[in-house]
Design a protein around this ligand. Sequence first.
Ligand code: HEM
Length: 157
Amino acid sequence: MGEIVFTEKQEALVKESWEILKQDIPRYSLHFFSQILEIAPAAKDMFSFLRDTDEVPHNNPKLKAHAVKVFKMTCETAIQLREKGKVAVPDTTLQYLGSVHLKSGVLDPHFEVVKEALVRTLKEGLGEKYNEEVEGAWSQAYDHLALAIKAEMKQEN
Ligand code: HEM
């Protein structure tokens, strides 16, 4: 794959918006998961912490951890894309991500669901600061990270 062009401006937009969302993890992680379940109700049973409940649990450490991981790793990917023109997640991390998701029954289309939930959460958190440029920067970084995870899942399959 050729070098990816990810600008300083895009990197800054991703970093700035993550700084905003980071200030209220309980709220935004809840919003993120509510969106995932609204878009794909059947995704619920894949998550250990959602399996036995009817509602998205408040202040659940595992739920918060997954939400934070998705946002934080996408932000880190944005930095790598700008600095190196490619995703630079360590192999061991990618292997771990590949196997966790494969074991949990995650399929390729689920990554689109999570991306849409991420975008909606950004909209909610950023308010007036949200725009298409912000969405584009996050989407681009997320897509590259998701591609790397999906490739790893295929290798392990
Ligand atoms: C677990 C990251 C996308 C479903 C995990 C874990 C990480 C992670 C690090 C290990 C547990 C943890 O530390 O919280 C990511 C990243 C993603 C992504 C960076 C995208 C860029 C998805 C998608 C789905 C999904 C698309 C399905 C809708 C799960 C499930 C688990 C998991 C079911 C097991 C959690 C449990 O039951 O406790 N993910 N994930 N993830 N992920 Fe993801």
